[in-house]
Design a protein around this ligand. Structure first.
Ligand SMILES: [Zn+2]
Length: 698
């Protein structure tokens, strides 16, 4: 062998490791020669001078891809033993392919260099401490990477070219098959194609993928197995939500040929391992899209409509779907003040309000207001029913056709299942009749199979019977036309669910906005129709029970005019004379007048008569505090008249002059007087402040 002289007794004294690798199980199964050659490497080690007992084979990585060492326990074991220095040589079929990743091989080469381990392959012996060997190994590793890259590039380019012509054959979803000429056609098995078609029609009726799942309850859906023991076979199983989405989103059912709908992405997880996952690619980034490539179950436009509907159902993305609640405009009502969505807030019983969501978020604008659900819904429903009138007949017919279609579909599935069971039974019978009577073993098996098929047929026919019996009788077309002619009755019927109403509403109305309105008792509602037009209506806001009704405008006008100069009891008399009632419909009393004054900001008349002055005004005129004036009145120094809770002081220039003189003499009120003229008489108890004046003022 090339470079055999590099092997020393020191190397031979340590273990020789034979490392075996094969990328996939298919290679292990089909390329047995390569595997045999790899196992034969143990003999090579013996021929190079290692004792047979010192040669070990690591074959744990057979069938595992070499792209990364993370999942290859064998390679990890190899590395650790090389690091421990107990390995004299690592033997592989092709050393540069020991690891597909350059990094893994570089690490192995570095460790082998440090521990004096040889790497041996069919080309020769590499001593990594020798610069030439190290360089050759590095070059070989780079070359193998480049080879892989070129190979993959060529394969991918050829694949894409075929895909661009629409010729690259990919596994077809159930319901579509390749015919003898390799063209894509709808599955000739009517049971399969009916099931796929029903997924689309059920989605059109129910409007959601979960609705389709519910419609398929108790009915099975076909699935074609790819690979494995069941390859190519049709398996029937329950229809799951995930399967419904797969069917609805698959453009193949719309007759389109698509390449590049999914992409594999790699990421490094927390443990440093590379993980591969598959992700959907947005439609705009599909590499190949050929419309009308083959017959489909829906048109391309219908496919786009389904996609839009699914998007609208996707609440995680912020979509607001139809919910069970009774609030009709849920999901389509917006606040006209801040532009945010409004949500229905159910408060128990029949009470519910639409509230601006910003209020909950604490970002409420100044004019954001809520409104009672009943008031708004009634107004919107009225507008909707008015708009529907000319279309009643068309709606009635469409509804009738849809119900009839649903009935047909429900029993057709059972019919098809029964037909298939009949065919299977016939075939089993034919097989049994064709077998030679002498061949008893085969005849017995076939007879048992025939019996099983007959039992299945009986079961399918039974299921068909019960499916037909379970269908409620269809109402006559006349009845339907009559019901639909009176749509308001249908709208309010207890059998019509909130969901139905909301769906109907959303077919015509795009959104509803609660506009800002200056009048607190009114609400302005904007309605935008799908047709592109918009309407505005103003409704009265309902009063909640806790808030008193507003006073009738004539009474308010009178209170505003006379209030500032008329006392409450006089005002009550005048209001009663005019026959005015309060907002609640009761005759006015003092309390009602007081309430009206507070609500409409009407001041009470001043109790101070002509020639009189209030305490506050007197204090202002004298330039002293009101406490001083109160003290004088209390001490009898100043005359005053009590009017209700107010004090009215008769006022003229003489009284004012007296007061000023009193201030000028007071040592407390006039510091100048205190400095020049000391107090003549000792302070007596009578002069002590006795009223509200705080100590220290006088
Ligand atoms: Zn708002």
């Amino acid at each position: 062998m090339n470079g055999e002289h590099k092997i020393t007794s020191g190397h031979r004294a340590r273990t020789a490791l034979v490392y075996l690798r094969q990328s996939t199980l298919v290679q292990v199964r089909e390329h047995t020669e390569s595997t045999m050659r790899q196992y034969a490497l143990a003999d090579v080690a013996v021929s190079l001078g290692w004792a047979p007992g010192d040669v070990e084979v690591i074959d744990r990585d057979l069938g595992l891809s070499g792209t990364s060492a993370a999942h290859r326990a064998g390679f990890r074991e190899l590395m650790s033993r090389v690091c421990l220095g107990e390995v004299g040589a690592v033997i592989g079929l092709e050393v540069s392919r020991l690891a597909r990743s350059n990094a893994d091989l570089a690490r192995l080469a570095e460790m082998a260099r440090l521990t004096g381990t040889l790497l041996i392959d069919s080309d020769g012996v590499y001593d990594l401490s020798d610069f030439n060997d190290w360089l050759v190994l590095g070059l070989k590793s780079t070359m193998s990477q480049a080879e892989l890259h070129v190979m993959a590039g060529r394969l991918q380019a050829a694949k894409l070219a075929a895909a661009e012509r629409g010729d690259l054959r990919a596994p077809l979803p159930v319901g579509l098959v390749y015919d003898d000429e390799g063209e894509v056609v709808i599955d000739p098995d009517a049971e399969v194609s009916a099931a796929v078609a029903d997924v689309f029609s059920c989605f059109a009726a129910a409007g959601s993928a979960y609705g389709v799942v519910a419609a398929f309850a108790g009915r099975k859906f076909p699935q074609r197995a790819y690979g494995g023991a069941w390859a190519g076979q049709l398996r029937w199983g329950p229809l799951t939500h995930h399967r419904v989405l797969q069917v609805l989103k698959n453009p193949a059912y719309a007759g389109a040929y698509v390449h590049g709908r999914h992409v594999t992405r790699k990421r490094v997880d927390a443990d440093g391992n590379v993980r591969t996952s598959t992700a959907e690619v947005p439609r705009a980034e599909w590499k190949v899209l050929i419309k009308d490539h083959h017959p489909g179950y829906v048109t391309w436009d219908e496919y786009l409509a389904v996609e839009a509907r699914l998007q609208a159902n996707w609440t995680a993305s912020g979509a607001r779907t139809v919910r069970e609640g009774s609030a009709l405009c849920q999901g389509i009502i917006y606040c006209g003040s801040c532009g945010g969505p409004m949500v229905a807030n159910y408060q128990g019983g029949d009470r519910a309000n639409y509230e601006c969501h910003s209020r909950r978020d604490g970002k409420k604008a100044r004019h954001c207001r809520g409104i009672s659900v009943t008031a708004l819904d009634d107004a919107v429903a009225r507008v909707l029913l008015d708009a529907l009138t000319p279309e009643q007949v068309a709606l009635a017919l469409a509804a009738a056709d849809q119900v009839a279609g649903q009935h047909q579909r429900a029993s057709r599935a059972a019919e098809l299942a029964a037909e298939r069971a009949r065919y299977d039974a016939d075939r089993a019978e034919r097989a049994f009749s064709q077998v030679e009577p002498e061949n008893r073993l085969v005849a017995r098996t076939l007879e048992a199979r025939w019996e099983a098929r007959l039992a299945a047929l009986a079961e399918a026919e039974q299921a068909l019977e019960s499916a037909r019996a379970a269908l409620p009788p269809l109402p006559g077309r006349d009845t339907l036309a009559r019901t639909a002619a009176d749509l308001p009755v249908l709208w309010h019927a207890p059998t019509t669910t909130a969901r139905d109403r909301k769906r109907l509403l959303r077919t015509l109305i795009a959104d509803v906005t609660l506009m800002p309105e200056a009048d607190q008792a009114k609400a302005r509602i904007g309605i935008r129709w799908h047709a592109g037009t918009a309407d505005q209506l103003i409704i009265d806001r309902p009063r909640s029970s806790g808030i008193p009704a507003p006073t009738p405008p004539p009474a308010v006008e009178l209170i505003r005019r006379l209030g500032p100069s008329t006392r409450n009891d006089d005002l009550v008399a005048i209001l009663r004379q005019h026959g005015y009632l309060t907002g609640a419909g009761r005759p006015f009393d003092v309390k009602a007048v007081q309430w009206a004054r507070r609500v409409y900001g009407v001041p009470v008349p001043s109790p101070v008569a002509a020639g009189e002055i209030s305490v506050k005004d007197a204090a202002a005129a004298l330039g002293c505090s009101i406490g001083v004036v109160y003290y004088w009145i209390e001490a009898g120094l100043l005359e005053a008249r009590r009017q209700g809770s107010r004090l009215c002081i008769p006022w003229n220039p003489v009284i004012q002059a007296d007061c000023r003189a009193r201030i000028a003499e007071s040592g407390h009120l006039n510091p100048a007087a205190r400095r020049t003229r000391p107090r003549k008489t000792p302070r007596c108890p009578a002069e002590q402040p006795q009223m509200s004046a705080p100590p220290g003022i006088i």
